[in-house]
Design a protein around this ligand. Structure first.
Ligand SMILES: NC(=O)c1ccc[n+]([C@@H]2O[C@H](COP(=O)([O-])OP(=O)(O)OC[C@H]3O[C@@H](n4cnc5c(N)ncnc54)[C@H](O)[C@@H]3O)[C@@H](O)[C@H]2O)c1
Length: 316
């Protein structure tokens, strides 16, 4: 099936990710069928989409007409047979291998033989999830980043049997809906984005453990240094700009002293065990008590949307 013929999208799992993904497609005029396990979860999802819409409207990133289109184009149902007419099914259910495998075994029996099948797993193996799927050529990893209606990246992860045409069609589809797709050629843990993100996280933890910087100074070094560059140039473009000879010399002495730790550091372990899990428990590396949690989330979303506006302008 060509990407121009993809009109109907099925989404399983109406949680954080499924709701945002439904919004993206509905806004672009696709008919979207969303399923979950209970009516109340579907109602929660509709409310969540409404909240996302209001933020986009307030920031001037959505029109009133688009808001109506979003609400009109999403159908909520408990019945997976709604997927029978869908051209692409995106699974965003709980991150458990056995549940995902059983889901796909059941859904393959319902869907059209040429429908594309995609899992939004954060990091489980694509080949593992599709183990019980007969036609794996149309199966792919489609990793949206949270919040999916704001973050541009979508990683398309090839399993061993994913066909080239599946990758080509879905890459075009992602571009068509305004996303920035990258193809992950091998089904490796963390795909590409999280491998890089967690390499930086490991080093940040290591620097903190060694007493080289405070949490504020570590975060500021990232935000106003490498982080300032990253929306414009990735790490490889940065090294081309800096000169590969220079980056080679730096790598020769610096790589040796970087963390190659295989386990979370003591500090992370300690925070974890004392229930300090970050914003959601009002304390992590920073203090989020007395309303600072809500403030932090609002500020993050506002700044993300500002950034998104600039990225749209760059494209024009
Ligand atoms: N939250 C994130 O930051 C994030 C980012 C990228 C990818 N993901 C991945 O997306 C998927 C969903 O994550 P989430 O954060 O939206 O989870 P969530 O818990 O918010 O939502 C999952 C939903 O799936 C439903 N569900 C469970 N089993 C189901 C089934 N058999 N059929 C239909 N619905 C079912 C649950 O009732 C729930 O509403 C996971 O694989 C997760 O790893 C999450």
């Amino acid at each position: 099936m060509k990407f121009e013929n993809i009109n109907r999208i099925g989404i399983a799992g109406a949680g954080t990710m499924g709701s945002g993904i439904a919004l993206i497609f509905a806004r672009k005029g696709f008919e979207v069928q969303v399923t979950d396990l209970s009516i109340s979860l579907l109602e929660d999802s509709r409310r969540l989409v409404d909240i996302f819409n209001q933020t986009l409207l307030n920031e001037g990133l959505m029109t009133k007409e688009e808001e109506e289109i979003v609400m009109d184009n999403i159908q909520y149902t408990l019945d997976k047979s709604a997927f029978q007419d869908c051209d692409l099914i995106i699974e965003a259910i709980v991150e458990k291998m056995d549940i995902k495998q059983d889901f796909w075994k059941e859904v393959e029996e319902i869907v059209k033989p040429d429908a594309y099948l995609a899992t939004n797993t954060s990091g489980l193996s694509i080949d593992g999830i599709s183990e019980k799927v007969r036609d794996k050529s149309r199966f792919i990893g489609m990793h949206f980043w949270n919040p999916p209606h704001i973050v541009p990246l979508v990683e398309l992860i090839k399993g061993d049997s994913t066909s080239e045409s599946t990758v080509t069609v879905l890459r075009s589809l992602m571009e068509d809906i305004g996303k920035k797709p990258v193809v992950v050629q091998k089904d490796v843990p963390g795909f590409i984005g999280n491998r890089i993100q967690f390499a930086a996280f490991r080093e940040a933890l290591h620097i903190l453990q060694e007493g080289v910087g405070t949490p504020e100074d570590i975060d500021n070094a990232m935000k106003y240094g490498p982080g300032f560059r990253y929306p414009i140039m990735g790490p490889l473009e940065t090294s081309d700009m800096g000169g590969l000879d220079t980056f080679y010399y730096i790598s020769s002495y610096l790589f040796k002293s970087l963390s190659d730790g295989k386990e979370p550091t003591e500090k992370l372990q300690e925070l974890m065990e004392s229930g300090k899990h970050g914003v959601k428990s009002k304390e992590g590396f920073y203090d989020y008590s007395d309303g600072r949690d809500e403030e932090a989330i609002k500020r993050r979303d506002k700044m993300f949307l500002k950034m998104l506006k600039h990225i749209h302008m760059e494209d024009k």
